[in-house]
Design a protein around this ligand. Structure first.
Ligand code: SF4
Length: 346
């Protein structure tokens, strides 16, 4: 059963914390480059949770890797700019981004984070490595003390630091790794599928932890990458829907859920259980067709082969972004139907 209620209210977002402009990243393959993030721009406010959703292979985890400065071969960031809390970075494929940004400015909670720690080291060693990567002069005892204090501050047992990963339950391990990933108080935390391996009640505990990290200002903002729209409704202020390496639509969570403007968003919502009164009556349907190959995407709007609102212009010309940075749909239909939701047309 999917829970869709927005059960938690993170604090109200403030000024813009992050601006990402014209990000472009590709995987190097024997057959040529595969552009998985193509001219993506977005902004996030301080204190905001931005959800990033889409089908598998739409580029959402790749975007997370780019924003967290953790792209590794065969993934290369070809261009774009990042501005976080007043610090600017221009991506250049010939120069690695500054290491010191990682952990303190941006931090990644990777997919499967709870299984990412070596089974042969204690959790405390993981914490020591994180702190010493930025502050090499810190003693082991001081690092352990800092990690213990942070765990207890967030209601987690400090004794977890002396455990090996297999000695903790899945949910506890995920929460401990999340807290330790934010030991350096990053301005932006990118959480990639942080709840996907958890049961529904543990998902809720994880979401509460992320909100507490925000409310205590231990992290500035969160990008929450998932294929799970119902989970995003519980935590995200805004949602970006990605399709074939681009942002199809971005907007306030309730607008996206109830008044989607992009046909792909509408189709994606129709493929999950959304217990809203006006949507509950609709049949749950899969999205026809499959996402295009990123090695050879279709011209014009990349969704046009699957879109039942497509017209000739969609097949030849990339659609405009209709709206502003905060809320827009990249769609010719949205341009011609200002202020209308797409749901009733599908
Ligand atoms: S631009 Fe055209 S093909 Fe693309 S989503 Fe909009 S209506 Fe459909």
């Amino acid at each position: 059963m999917i829970v869709m209620e927005p059960v938690l209210e993170p604090s109200v977002p403030g000024e813009i914390l992050l601006r990402a402009s014209n990000l472009r990243a590709e995987y190097e393959a024997a057959s040529g480059g595969i552009v998985a993030v193509d001219d993506v721009s977005l902004s996030i406010r301080d204190g905001e949770v931005l959800g990033v959703a889409g089908e598998s292979g739409c580029g959402k985890s790749t975007l997370g890797a780019v924003l967290s400065l953790t792209a590794r071969p065969p993934l290369y960031v070809l261009g774009g700019e990042l501005e976080i809390a007043g610090r600017k970075l221009s991506f250049d494929p010939d120069h690695a981004p500054p290491r010191l940004w990682r952990g303190s400015v941006v931090s990644l909670l990777p997919q499967g984070a709870m299984n990412s720690i070596s089974p042969t080291i204690r959790i405390g060693d993981f914490a020591v490595d994180i702190i010493r990567a930025h502050e090499p002069g810190v003693s082991r005892k001081e690092a352990i003390d800092r990690a213990a204090e942070r765990l207890e501050q967030l209601g987690l047992p400090a004794r977890a630091l002396s455990s090996y990963p297999h000695q903790l339950s899945g949910g506890m391990k995920q929460r401990v790794v999340t807290v330790l990933s934010t030991l350096l108080n990053p301005r932006l935390l990118i959480a990639d599928e942080p709840t996907s391996a958890l049961d529904v009640s543990t998902q809720k505990v994880m979401i509460e932890l992320l909100i507490e990290l925000l409310d205590r200002r231990l992290v500035g903002s969160v990008i929450f990458v998932t294929h799970d729209l119902p989970v995003l409704r519980m935590i995200a202020h805004r949602i970006a829907i990605m399709y074939a390496g681009r942002i199809a639509e971005i907007g306030e969570t309730e607008e996206i859920i109830n008044r989607a403007r992009h046909p792909y968003t509408g189709a994606l919502l129709a493929s999950v259980l959304v217990p809203e009164p006006q949507i509950r009556r609709r049949r749950i349907t899969g999205i026809s067709g499959a996402p295009p190959s990123l090695a050879d995407p279709p011209p014009g709007c990349r969704f046009h082969p699957r879109c039942n609102l497509a017209t000739d212009v969609c097949r030849t010309t990339q659609p405009p972004q209709v709206g502003d940075w905060h809320q827009y749909a990249a769609c010719w239909w949205a341009q011609d139907h200002q202020g209308e939701a797409v749901v009733s047309y599908l």
